[in-house]
Design a protein around this ligand. Structure first.
Ligand SMILES: [Zn+2]
Length: 348
């Protein structure tokens, strides 16, 4: 159980006080990953190594003397960006209700490159994908929507130029909603919807849908299926499936707002992961709680390179600039000893 003010910062003021140097950030990562001690992974060694009071970016086992980078196995592995900047980006991403855009991160962190800001945010989003893989249960509404293309909305099930997204939302009495799962699906076929259900909804749950023909065969044998007829007594779709309609409209508003409507199909899955983590954590009172969760995921997500991020082939016109030659990495936010520039004499 994470405690506010001890395990994660309660406020901007606390965040700044805790993470003043890159060493502070490394120590927090160590603590998130290992707690107070780790077991040396060198085969046959197994020495218990305390994780407190380590300096430098490399850890050395006192017995077998093998060394390991302290950022190895995190999304920060091999980064040129100082950890204070990474932490600041993670904090901004967490405490702003709708998240942040790469342009905002570039400005706030005073980065010279948009691509650096973009890459940092996508590495965090990739870590977010590790969260929320548990299946939904109970009464679950399921529907699909289409994102992108020229017009938003759901103009029938043959929407061209759009990315299809399946939505599952738990119903909670009396009128609330529980967790959500979202996934890009290739089409609205029985096969695709059955695969989505299998991955996201616990067997034996009750699945509530509209009367689309793929749902009866997709739910048969695994779920209790309730199909609402769109044209029957209750005329409005949001009354039939209030949960999925609410989530779909929040998702579209979020994409239009924070992301300014620009989401290419290749990156939609990572935006869905961010939306899911935010939605499923919406009840958290403490703003720093999401930061704690995010850094825990980032510490264990494994490295990813810019090349891997764009491997899917980014075709949108808002593609980040390619790396332009060699340039120095961003400057750390760490200020070990404030220099009090206002007291300097004119000759200094
Ligand atoms: Zn060892």
């Amino acid at each position: 159980m994470a405690i506010a003010g001890r395990h994660y910062p309660r406020s901007e003021r606390e965040f700044r006080a805790w993470f003043q140097t890159d060493g502070d950030c490394l120590d927090y990562l160590d603590w998130l990953r290992w707690g107070d001690e780790l077991v040396c992974s060198r085969s046959g060694c197994g020495t218990k190594v305390p994780t407190r009071k380590v300096t430098g970016r490399v850890r050395r086992c006192p017995v077998c003397t093998s060394t390991i980078s302290r950022t190895a196995g995190t999304i920060f592995e091999g980064t040129r960006v100082p950890l204070t900047l990474w932490f600041q980006a993670g904090w901004e991403l967490s405490i702003n209700k709708g998240g942040v855009s790469a342009a905002t991160i570039k400005r706030r962190l005073e980065l010279s490159s948009y691509q650096t800001a973009w890459t940092m945010l996508h590495k965090y989003r990739r870590a977010m994908a590790l969260a929320g893989r548990e299946k939904l249960s109970g009464i679950v509404e399921v529907d699909e929507t289409a994102i992108g293309g020229k017009k938003s909305g759901k103009p029938g099930r043959g929407a061209a130029g759009k990315t299809r997204v399946a939505i599952a939302v738990e119903r909670k009495d009396p009128k609330g909603f529980g967790r959500v799962r979202l996934q890009v699906i290739p089409d609205y076929s029985t096969k695709s919807l059955a695969a989505f259900l299998k991955e996201t909804v616990e067997e034996g749950s009750t699945v509530v849908t509209d009367d689309w023909k793929s749902y009866p065969p997709a739910t048969r044998g695994r779920y209790t299926h309730i199909a609402h007829n769109q044209s029957a007594s209750i005329p409005k779709p949001h009354e039939l499936l209030p949960g999925v309609h609410r989530v779909a409209s929040l998702l579209k508003r979020w994409i239009l707002g924070t992301l300014q409507g620009s989401v290419s199909p290749e990156y939609l899955p990572s935006y869905l992961d961010e939306f899911t983590l935010r939605f499923n954590r919406r009840g958290s009172e403490a703003r720093g709680m999401l930061f704690f969760r995010l850094m825990g995921l980032a510490a264990n997500a494994g490295p990813v390179t810019y090349k891997e991020l764009i491997k899917a082939g980014y075709k949108g016109n808002r593609s980040p600039e390619p790396p332009a030659g060699k340039h120095r990495g961003p400057v750390s936010l760490a200020v070990p000893e404030p220099s009090r520039p206002w007291r300097m004499s004119a000759t200094e």
